[in-house]
Design a protein around this ligand. Sequence first.
Ligand SMILES: [Zn+2]
Length: 235
Amino acid sequence: MRPFFYLLTLIRFFSIMKKGGKSEVFVHQLQQLFENNLRWAQRIKQNDPEFFSRLSRQQNPEYLWIGCSDSRVPSTQIVDLLPGEIFVHRNIANVVVHTDLNCLSVIQYAVERLKVKHIIICGHYGCGGIRAALENRSHGLIDNWLRHIKDIYRCHQDKIDALPDETARQNLLCELNVIEQVANVCHTTIVQNAWNAGMDLTVHGWIYSIDDGILKDLKVAVRQLDDISVTHRLK
Ligand SMILES: [Zn+2]
């Protein structure tokens, strides 16, 4: 049944290509990405002929970046680093949930295998996820994910609601979300085990401004067990 389905899809694809129309434009746009890729790879090789052969042997990043999926916040570009220098996990509104096996697996691999020295939680102002979490409108499935941010809003509601305008309220929740996620990373068994084993590992909280491309350190870095709440400390 399956080969037949693939054959049917192929026939449909080529018949659309033959007729022209919307799908052809779509394919053309993707072709553009491959052309971009070729130019990009050539540019890198011109500057450093050994770059890709070196990178293909191993990756040795010093940083784990946990950021928002927002297309305007690409990790490597905004800190002007090359592929291979940052291990990355992204999701909507840069949330670290203690039952999210995807995120936890990334943290574990980064800490235990790659032995990164820094975990950076990077939020951004103007985050759609944060804005949605402040509303009461339903957005479908994503409402369940945004619940984690609503919980942070609930904990700081007096402070947030006291602000005079919507942008200020959103900006504060963007920052508070980063701070909360720094704590969530520190509370994982992975990070605590690393500290207990004497590993040099710091968890940072940063925020990025889409308006001017500037990063700000929220100065909430944590680098040892003694810096986290006693309630979450594991021995
Ligand atoms: Zn965002």
